[in-house]
Ligand binder design. Sequence first.
Ligand code: AMP
Length: 303
Amino acid sequence: MVDIVILGTIGLDDIETPFGKVKEALGGSGTYAAYASSFFAKPGIVSIAGEDLPKRHIDVLKKRNISMDGIEIKGRNFRWGGFYEFDMNEAKTLKTELNSLADFDPELPADYKKAKYVFLGNVDPTIQLKVLGQIEKPELIVMDTMNFWISSRKEELIKAIKKVDVLVLNDSEARQLFGTVNLVNAADMALDLGPKAVIIKKGEHGALLFFREDGKRKHFSAPGYPLEVVKDPTGCGDSFGGGFIGHLAKTKNLSEANMRKAVIYGSVIASFNAEDFSLERQKKLTWGEIERRFHELREIREF
Ligand code: AMP
């Protein structure tokens, strides 16, 4: 039985940052989110991979407590290429090859349909809706997206947002989706669509959690962790999402106080992820390190 269904890509990434470059590295929104959530609970990935996905990449996921039963193997793998300039807050996309993802029509394994926690990671919103339609009684649906789908599938994306509990997106995506430079306005517009909470990630500057109580907007602000080493921020958004839903699935508590903690756990995993390329840092990450950074984040914002 899986605790969390994680939809997303399994990608082959070509990435260049001011600190190095990698080719055909393991990436993808599903990979990062599932790996991050596996520190907390048992995820099952829903994705499509290509026949060209190297076995060593599949082994990275197999070594974790991650169910692979929802992965279909067909055709050529999803490939993404991007680079970061000195300000590494935003990835510049060089290529997006959907390949087998273009006609992915997911059919969930029977036990996935019974999952209570669902993370609709960054893919075509049509696929996000297809997965959501197969979950029998979800208790918490968290959804992520990115500029590519905001530009190409806005109508479907809005349809999907109306069905989720928590929408996660970064600051530039929030501005793009809601046509405003003001993040508070963007959060209000997102909450008007139906989600109970909206999280706006601000890269190295932390994240904002917006929700409403008795009709009034409230928010929680999580600091960014002051990292000494940042090599590659790819996958930080997905890792944030995985850590966030992972903590909620582990504790089965959707109170506001626990959501705040989940935002901090998400930030902690995302901060570690930026310390190296691909999944390299997360592969070495221990629970003790996660807890230490969680407590440090509590200390640095106390006044
Ligand atoms: P993040 O840095 O968390 O926003 O996500 C980076 C990951 O998203 C990379 O590993 C890519 O393989 C994957 N990715 C890039 N573009 C897309 C897209 N259009 N749809 C789904 N996944 C994507």
